[in-house]
Design a protein around this ligand. Structure first.
Ligand code: AMP
Ligand code: MG
Length: 633
């Protein structure tokens, strides 16, 4: 393979092969592949390759993970040939094994400010002193610091190094001691900065390139440990009570939208007196109703078809429920209470009718100008019915935030795909998109994003351009391949929380900023039940607040545990249960396995059993709080 880069700005040294060391485990960065960490718009390794391509004629990369991503830079990529991650020396050996030039240079993958004359200075000293290896040094706090992975060596050292490693050694300095080593001082210590921790990464993102690293080095910051309530409060506090955009939309499209104004009725409902029963209407006040009364039926009033004539004394009309009561009628007698005597003559028995009976009067339901609904009401079908009854064809509602949803994980396969070995179907997207849609938000499906920092960054940036809220799942726990944290931290002020709850402990929350917009980001845990519970107890109210809705706590119900429930103090648990009403008492039992990946624990449930932080084991018969899922979902 031709390992010469295409764009060489200056003449690199053809006698030198440089190996960029990207085979480390990134332990201090939460096991990320450091070379692929984005820094100022591109991965670390891209910075290093750019610097080194001007200095060495041939370039190799030593990497043990994500080989194809490294290969994308156009240089040969080699994994370690010695087992057990013996550190940088394994990369040195890889370089020596594949080096076909007289000299091998080494440099780490995470020094974005690499010295422009590193190789030249080291090689010159190597030749001048006829040493085996030249190693850079810097001055730190008055003492000389060996920059032991910045070297140029003669390429015949492979057997020496292989033997050294085979004997179980891995220390650089001790290997140098077996060789003729020359040290080469560099005044520019910033050129040797390697970024080891997330804190440093964030600091350097903001700093100009030539600042000193902070000493001592900090480890990856521990995520905040928050109680559920603290997390909820922080989230809501981060959402400004800003005036939201409003729009007038047709009533029938307004379901689940949030009313933007207090509404009063423009009309009386009903606008006319109408019959509340099927029966007969007449002018009751002109008769003695304590006596039997005979009236002649002279017409009828049906719903939507009023009686148009005038009633005279001794007359009545037949009337149906909802039909207009003629102007001079004040009484409707139920059809069941009267008898016909002959064809058109009606007998109303003594005492069976009272004036004003069975008449719905004008404005009886709603008076013109009376309040109907308050701003902030989430419009359910019954609300729509109420507004419709007052003849309101359009309603002013807040414009809801647009929500973008994607799932992260190399193991995820879309539900219409074919599972490869080790893959699972992506179920979170179906849940999270559905929950956001149910709240009335327009939802963008951004699919599945692999555990790759560049892709994540690209999708997050794109999402922030289109959406107001981004909901992701996976990649926020303290595990391998969890790049999410690092990438998110670079895109805005994002906090990583360890919420004292189960399921759903890890969570990211913050803002993703693009040039002219910012979106709120919720990085939910990967396990489906954890993602769902996190949505219900954190994201839902945030979306509702952004939509302008009044936020009300769900209705809590006290139920007796049918059987003991295992519970640890110190964390809030959201267990899935079935609540029943028997003999006037609610009882609750768990829905089988409560694993955070068991979606059926949710689909079988009708409630969430809420066990607060200070609660210990629950005994059978203990009173617990439950929230009905119908209300939460
Ligand atoms: P993570 O937080 O990425 O470490 O994921 C935790 C667990 O959740 C792992 O077992 C993942 O495979 C699983 N998981 C992550 N995302 C999804 C998803 N979209 N659908 C189903 N399971 C998932
Ligand atoms: Mg994952």
């Amino acid at each position: 393979m031709n390992a010469t880069p295409k764009n060489m700005p200056t003449a690199p040294d053809k006698d030198v092969t440089a190996i960029v060391l990207a085979g480390g485990q990134g332990k201090r960065m939460g096991s990320v592949d450091k070379g692929l960490q984005p820094f100022k718009g591109k991965p670390f390794i891209a910075h290093v390759l750019e610097k080194i391509a001007c200095q060495a004629g041939t370039i190799l990369i030593s990497a043990n993970r994500h080989l194809t991503q490294y290969q994308a830079y156009g240089y040969p990529v080699y994994p370690d040939t010695v087992a057990g991650f013996p550190g940088p020396l394994a990369g040195f050996l890889t370089g020596l094994t594949h080096c076909q030039t007289p000299y091998l240079a080494t440099a780490p993958c995470d020094t974005p400010f690499l010295h422009d004359a590193l190789i030249k200075k080291l090689k010159t000293a190597l030749i001048e002193t006829d040493a085996d290896i030249a190693v850079a040094t810097t001055m730190e706090a008055g003492t000389t610091k060996l920059q032991s992975v910045f070297t140029v060596m003669k390429s015949h050292l492979a057997p020496s190094l292989a033997a050294y490693l085979k004997a179980g050694n891995h220390k650089l300095g001790l290997w140098f001691d077996t060789l003729k080593t020359v040290t080469v001082p560099f005044a520019e210590k910033e050129a040797f900065i390697n970024i080891n921790t997330l804190a440093e990464l964030n600091a350097y993102q903001l700093e100009p390139a030539n600042t000193n690293p902070s000493e001592p080095m900090m480890d990856t910051p521990k995520p905040d440990r928050l109680s559920v309530t603290e997390a909820q409060e922080r989230i809501l506090a981060a959402i400004p009570p800003t005036p939201r955009q409003t729009e007038n939309i047709p009533l029938l499209q307004a379901q689940n939208r949030i009313l933007a104004k207090d509404l009063a009725s423009p009309i009386d409902v009903p606008t006319f007196n109408s019959a509340a029963m099927d029966g007969f209407a007449f002018e009751g006040k002109t008769y003695d109703l304590s006596q039997d009364l005979q009236l002649k039926v002279v017409g009828h009033s049906y719903a939507g078809h009023p009686f148009t004539g005038q009633l005279k004394a001794g007359e009545c009309i037949e009337i149906m429920t909802g039909a207009m009561v003629p102007g001079n009628c004040d009484t409707v007698v139920q059809q069941e209470d009267v008898q016909f005597i002959g064809d058109k003559l009606l007998n109303i028995p003594a005492g069976s009718a009272t004036v004003q009976d069975n008449i719905r009067t004008i404005g009886e339901n709603i008076q013109q100008g009376a309040p109907l609904l308050k701003a902030g009401t989430r419009l359910k079908p019954t609300h729509l019915g109420l507004l419709a009854s007052a003849g309101m064809a359009t309603v002013p509602v807040y414009t809801p935030p647009t929500v973008a949803v994607f799932s992260t994980g190399d193991e995820l396969c879309p539900m219409d795909g074919t599972l490869a070995d080790g893959q699972i179907y992506d179920s979170n997207r179906a849940i999270l998109m559905g929950l956001a849609k149910d709240l009335g938000c327009p939802v963008l499906d951004l699919g599945i994003v692999s555990d790759n920092p560049e892709k994540l960054e690209a999708v997050l940036t794109e999402a922030a351009k289109q959406a107001d809220v981004i909901i992701t799942s996976g990649g926020v726990s303290v595990g391998a391949a969890d790049y999410m944290k690092q990438v998110m931290a670079q895109l805005g002020g994002i906090g990583f929380w360890s919420v004292k709850m189960r399921p759903g402990r890890p969570m990211a929350f913050g803002k993703v900023k693009t040039e002219n917009r910012e979106a709120l980001l919720f990085g939910l845990p990967g396990n489906p039940v954890a993602a769902t519970v996190s949505f219900l107890f954190f994201v839902k109210n945030a979306l509702l607040k952004m939509m302008g809705a009044q936020i009300e706590p769900p209705q809590a119900i006290a139920a007796l545990a049918k059987a003991p429930i295992r519970k640890k103090t110190g964390r809030t648990e959201f267990q899935r249960g079935i609540v029943n009403l028997a003999d006037g008492q609610f009882t609750v039992s768990l829905t089988g396995s409560q694993g955070s990946g068991v979606i059926q624990s949710l689909t079988d449930a009708n409630c969430i059993i809420y066990l607060p932080e200070d609660q210990g084991m629950v005994k059978a018969g203990d009173r617990v709080t439950v929230y009905m899922l119908d209300e939460l979902l």
